[in-house]
Design a protein around this ligand. Structure first.
Ligand SMILES: Cc1cc2nc3c(=O)[nH]c(=O)nc-3n(C[C@H](O)[C@H](O)[C@H](O)COP(=O)(O)OP(=O)(O)OC[C@H]3O[C@@H](n4cnc5c(N)ncnc54)[C@H](O)[C@@H]3O)c2cc1C
Length: 545
């Protein structure tokens, strides 16, 4: 219930969202002497509240969105009725989704940024080149790798583009299933390398080396040794004394002044008190789905279809990186208890199914890596019995004997894959929820089949006695990677923001998150999201009066 509207002191820079993109910009701007207000809708959960309780985290969605309060809806194409779905679930909290992400942080390839120039027009797709070059982004990937804290081995991936510097800490040790992966790659003559990860294998910037807990993927990290905004850039921004971070502050509208500039936002705190926070500049960092939703919710006389939406493209060209690959079962245990479940979640990667190859029946590709199959209580394997003694026996026979080789599909952009406002479903605050319309392109299906078939062959080469490919049938948002929806480009009629993240129609409104990605890239997005947010923040600093 809205009680009243209050007006705090105006902000110099207002950032909506404190995840990977918002926290990066906050660190860079505050360290340059700029005062930042950040409005974050989620709670501020401190690392000492995290634990290894699988039921709490995975089954009771401790860090995830509550479907009853914050649903999303999904359909495959326009004309279909959308249904409520847990599509691209991302934790909404201080630090954002990266607080319990998996931490794969590889770089994209130089070709990813120029796929339109390489492949030309693809029917049914809206392929474009990035307005930013590899050379412009390279220094920022390096900054993030060093400041955020990443481990890896420079030069090990023969398909990686030029890099100006190695990694701050060496790669993690090879574990049981990692060893199998490397054996399989060697048999098939494939280049393999330690996947760069957002963890420290040695002390760095005053932080300890990681214990590499198995409680890594989908859990908060109580040790603070995983590199997340909560363990790095948020404390660094707070240390400047210029970061006013307000949790449990739900932004519902971006306001505009008569001259068409963003004047601030309207938000509600946990008690339902409504505020109008004025600001000289508004930076959106809500994740690509929520950023598009907030822009579409911000209707005014000047922008009847949503703020900065003169092109009609806000929400369109959404991309999600569906996870595909193969499961494998082995006759012998793959690991000791200290290596697999209690060890690292992912180990070993290849770009062989990613590299540009015009001889394939599809274009694009993506990073492929070996990982565990899942958490002990929620452990599942295709065809595994689900109940009673057979389920318990299968757990014993499968858990330490299985692995996955999987990839994030580099889905091609399509204008019809989109986020808009659901016409009927509302959240607990009475606002229309995001409706996702998404269907794989024929190229996505061919690419997924190629990767799943090759991952299966690699699994066999690694010694698996049973192999189960994971093909693509629909988009489920199972990677929680969100891209597109406010694409970056030079032409205001075919993009929403310019190459500096500023909206073509509203010069003091910026988008920092993956919404600006013109294509989805074949690498996990967060490293590039952070690098790009840093690049935009540097430009804001340069441009300040
Ligand atoms: C389980 C899991 C595993 C993942 N693994 C990987 C991986 O291995 N590698 C990788 O690169 N990526 C991974 N990701 C994705 C990664 O977490 C995201 O790419 C990254 O967090 C995006 O950062 P962001 O700042 O754009 O958005 P987010 O981190 O989602 O942050 C957005 C913030 O904005 C807030 N917000 C949204 N709307 C509003 C509003 N209206 N008002 C106020 N605040 C708002 C949200 O509460 C949230 O905290 C994973 C995600 C999950 C969930």
């Amino acid at each position: 219930m809205t009680l009243m509207r209050r007006k705090p002191a105006p902000a110099d820079v207002l950032i909506v969202g404190s995840g990977a993109s918002g926290a990066t910009a906050a660190k860079v701007l505050t360290e340059a002497g700029i005062n930042v207000v950040c409005l974050e809708r989620g709670p501020w959960i401190k690392p000492d509240e995290f634990s290894g309780d699988e039921l709490k985290y995975v089954n009771r969605y401790f860090l995830w969105q509550d479907l009853d309060l914050k649903p999303r809806t999904k359909r495959s194409s326009a004309g279909e009725e959308a249904h409520i779905a847990r599509f691209s679930p991302t934790p909404q909290m201080v630090g954002g989704a990266s607080v319990h992400y998996s931490g794969w942080v590889p770089r994209p390839t130089p070709d990813d940024l120029i796929s339109k120039s390489i492949y030309g027009d693809i029917p049914g797709a809206s392929l474009v080149d990035w307005p930013v070059t590899y050379d412009e982004l390279e220094p920022y990937w390096t900054k993030v790798e060093w400041e955020f804290g990443v481990c890896g081995l420079a030069g090990a991936n023969k398909y990686e583009g030029p890099r100006s510097k190695g990694y701050p800490t060496p790669p993690y040790p090879v574990n049981g299933f990692g060893k199998k992966f490397y054996e399989g790659c060697a048999k098939m003559g494939l280049n393999a390398f330690p996947l760069p990860k957002a963890l420290l294998t040695a002390p760095h910037k005053g932080r300890p080396a990681s214990v590499q807990p198995g409680l890594w993927h989908e859990y908060g990290d109580p040790t603070g040794s995983k590199s997340t905004p909560l363990s790095t850039f948020i404390p660094e921004a707070l240390a400047t004394g210029r970061y006013d971070l307000r949790p449990e502050s739900y932004v519902r509208e971006i306001t505009v002044s008569k001259d068409g500039r963003a004047s601030g936002v309207v938000y509600q705190d946990r008690d339902g008190v409504e505020y109008h926070q004025e600001a000289k500049m508004v930076l959106l960092a809500c994740g690509a789905i929520e950023t598009a939703r907030l822009m579409l919710l911000s209707k005014s006389a000047l922008f009847p279809d949503g703020i900065a939406n003169n092109s009609g493209l806000v929400g369109k060209n959404a991309m999600f990186h569906e996870y595909i690959g193969a499961f494998g079962l082995f006759d012998k245990e793959l690991s000791t208890p200290t290596e697999q479940w209690t060890g690292s979640y992912v180990n070993g990667a290849t770009y062989e199914f990613y590299k540009t190859d015009t001889n394939r029946d599809h274009i694009l590709g993506s990073v492929t890596a070996a990982s565990t199959v899942g958490h002990p209580i929620n452990f599942t394997y295709p065809g595994k019995p689900l109940w009673g003694k057979p389920a318990k026996d299968a757990d014993r026979q499968y858990f330490d004997y299985s692995m996955k080789i999987g990839a994030i599909l580099q889905d091609i952009p399509q204008e019809t894959n989109a986020v808009d406002l659901d016409p009927t479903v509302r959240d607990a605050w009475g606002l229309p929820v995001a409706r996702i319309t998404a269907k794989p392109h024929e190229n996505d299906k061919a690419q997924a089949k190629y990767i799943a078939d090759n991952s299966s062959e690699l699994m066999r080469a690694a010694g698996a006695s049973k192999v189960d490919p994971i093909y693509l049938s629909e988009f489920t948002g199972n990677c929680s990677h969100e891209m597109g929806t406010a694409r970056m480009g030079n032409d205001p009629s075919s993009s929403v923001v310019n190459k500096w993240g500023a909206a073509h129609d509203v010069p003091n409104l910026y988008v920092l998150d993956g919404a600006v990605f013109p294509t989805s890239l074949g690498a996990n997005p967060t490293l590039t999201i952070m690098a790009n947010a840093w690049r935009i923040a540097d430009r804001i600093i340069e441009d300040r009066p």
